[in-house]
Design a protein around this ligand. Sequence first.
Ligand code: COA
Length: 339
Amino acid sequence: MTRRTRILGVGSFVPDRIVTNDDMTQWMDTSDEWIRSRSGIEERHWVEPDNTTTSDLGLEAANKAMAASGITAADLDMILFATLSPDHEFPGTACFLQEKLGCPGIPAIEVRQQCSGFVYGMAQADMFIRGGMAETVLLVGAEIHSKGMDISDAGRDVSVLFGDGAGAVVLQATDVDDPDTQPHIYSSHLHADGTYAKELWVEGPSMTYAPNRYSGDWLERGAHWPKMNGKTVFKHAVTRMPEVATEALDANGFTVDDVDLWIFHQANMRINYFAAKQLGIDDDEKVFNTIQRFGNTTAATIPIGLDEALKAGKLEPGMLVCIAAFGAGFTWASSLVRW
Ligand code: COA
């Protein structure tokens, strides 16, 4: 018997407010046709312009994941929170969520790997569990993008793509005799290349400004809005996601045809189309996309995808699930799971 990690339960949450592509045209020069044809996105959910925080969304998803797992916050040994849109600069959003969950004392860790954050978090949870430091870990991916983007013409290339939302899983130690039938994480594979750090980033405010981080003209330049070199991101994503998915399959002696369900990060339907083509996936039904309804929710796309796949009856016990993500950093990662 080998000590492994399994996903015990999943939950997700998006705010009620739906913003369609047509709604976006009230703020910027864009169109449903442009957004849909370039990205596959039809609508996204945004929080109301109020004081809702990322940890509020995370809490909703966490409560659902814990309910689906039959546990309460008192059963947790650790919280991992993946986000690029934290409640505050510090402390980490994991601490704000912990306060809301009412489980003081356990470690609460922030994961800052953007669109790959949830998969990085899965790897960390798996290592903490397999190493014996934790039995039960809550992993949350949550974002509020709507309050952090430039929704004028100047920011339209970015702001049409992103949505708000949260997803969570409860991970727990499990003893595995037969990896082909028993639920567990086979392995996770993590990569980064900081050469491309400024291809998708938010520059300011910054500790590089002197004499303090609010100095200079960054606000006038709009350096506090996310900036993206879309074509470069696209080019790397369609290469790295298939590459890291293949790495996970090779590491465990599987082929593309063995995979029952592919959960790719949801940045762009075209990226996922190309990734599937590169991998030679011949059955579209095996690739589960949610970007049409939610846009890119960054660290939340993977758990939202798992939860939506479950609700749609596409994810069943015993299935082999390959998860792959790519995002700012650049970072990319995969995880192979027996469901
Ligand atoms: N509506 C209308 N026009 C827009 C627009 C919008 N929301 N955003 C940008 N444009 C314009 C640009 O200003 C540019 O106009 P110009 O040619 O007059 O200069 C033109 O559209 C660019 O179009 P195109 O060359 O077709 O863009 P593209 O094929 O590179 O698609 C992205 C743009 C952003 C959709 C694409 O590059 C992409 O998806 N990249 C990856 C983004 C991503 O996944 N990010 C997250 C990673 S985790």
